[in-house]
Design a protein around this ligand. Structure first.
Ligand code: SAH
Length: 355
């Protein structure tokens, strides 16, 4: 017999912003439709108390698909010989930024594999240039694990935020998803380094990744509460056929939505994207994500000519559309559910961008 009903747990999470691991597990094991509805409604209410009906947009620039790592789930892993590798030039990246700026983007996310070609200095120069041209914009990096001094240097150059999903808070599960050369503790250490340096930091994990148990998800939630990041990126795992995990089933819409709501209640002000992966497993996945408590979407600004090559997983949406089309489509999608895309930096509520 459970000590508390699901309804009681949800109420308590909404008030105290945390539960014990066992209590998360109870909610994850079973919820009635009515309980799910109540959870979503509470999450939406919290989201709206901090961010209203605003949806923040981030222009994602996937600037290289070269990667020295070999994560078992990822389509751009080193050993995937079926990828046409590309790198954008500095000019191309800046063109994406210009186009995005014109479309109302005030945050640019530079994401890529861990590509030694982009040295600390090269990326630093790029950050400086973007900030010099657009002092009103935030620059977010998502380029994996680097030494603390490099993180500090990029922050000094003007980078504001850093996305580094922890991928899983269970060491055993981490070691199942990654080759031996990659180290669980190192990834965790990076997150704490980034926070200490002063970035707005994003962690996160894939929902339904191979080998993930409810116990793993419980550990993810407890870890997220402890890290207390500014952003949390979660989306369903989706198999990519050229990877060792290419025949595994994808994560589900329902579980992702429940987790978005739980995370919203746990970290009330968190910047929480309705991810492209969520939009890939369901035609209205991103809208449903927003309705479950998310407040960010991250459309692609990469040149259409390379979009198809940044294939972390199969069937990724929006690879054929121009940035302007994506922007309009998102506007319409968000308006259809009563929300509004805004042309703002979209910082963590209460975070000062002064340095
Ligand atoms: N190299 C960077 C960026 C990684 S790609 C880094 O190490 O942080 C961004 C995210 O995509 C990853 O953190 C991972 O959680 C997600 N991802 C990778 N492969 C995926 C797949 N097959 N399905 C869903 N998400 C995936």
């Amino acid at each position: 017999m459970a000590l508390y009903t699901n309804g009681e747990l949800i109420d308590r999470l909404a008030e105290a912003h945390f539960l014990k691991k066992e209590e998360y597990l109870q909610l994850l094991r079973h919820m009635t439709d009515q309980e799910r509805e109540m959870l979503q409604e509470k999450a939406r209410r919290v989201r709206e108390s901090h961010y209203g009906k605003k949806v923040f947009i981030r222009g994602l620039i996937e600037f290289t698909n070269y990667c020295k790592n070999n994560c078992l789930y990822c389509g751009i892993r080193r050993d995937n010989a079926n990828v046409m590798r590309y790198r954008l030039t500095e000019e191309e990246i800046l063109l994406c930024v210009e186009e995005g700026y014109g479309l109302g983007f005030r945050t640019f996310v530079l994401q890529g594999g861990e590509d030694g070609f982009f040295t600390a200095e090269k990326l630093g120069r790029l950050i400086l240039e973007i900030k010099a041209r657009h002092g009103d914009c935030a620059v977010t990096l998502s380029v994996g694990e680097h030494p603390r001094e490099v993180y500090r240097y990029w922050h000094d150059c003007g980078a504001d935020r850093y996305l580094l999903r922890h991928e899983t808070a269970s060491r055993d599960h981490y070691e199942m998803l990654h080759p031996r050369q990659m180290c669980f503790s190192r990834r965790m250490e990076c997150l704490y380094d980034l926070k200490e340096i002063g970035y707005q930091v994003g962690a996160g994990f894939m929902v339904g990744s191979p080998g993930q148990t409810l116990e793993c998800i419980g550990e993810d939630l407890v870890f997220l509460k402890e890290l207390d990041p500014h952003m949390v990126g979660i989306g369903p795992f989706i198999p990519q056929r050229d990877t060792p995990l290419g025949d595994r089933p994808a994560g589900t819409l329902d579980q992702t939505l429940v987790l978005l709501s739980l995370i919203r209640l746990m970290l009330p002000k968190v910047l929480l994207p309705a991810t492209t992966a969520l939009g890939t497993i369901h035609p209205r996945g991103r809208e449903l994500g927003i309705l479950a408590g998310a407040n960010v979407v991250m459309p692609n600004l990469s040149p259409v000519s390379v979009r198809d090559q940044y294939r972390l997983y199969d069937n990724k949406i929006c690879t054929g559309e121009e940035s302007a089309q994506c922007r309009e489509c998102l506007n319409a999608r968000m308006e259809s559910i009563g929300y509004q895309v805004v042309a703002e930096r979209g910082d963590y509520a209460g975070f000062s961008s002064e340095r």
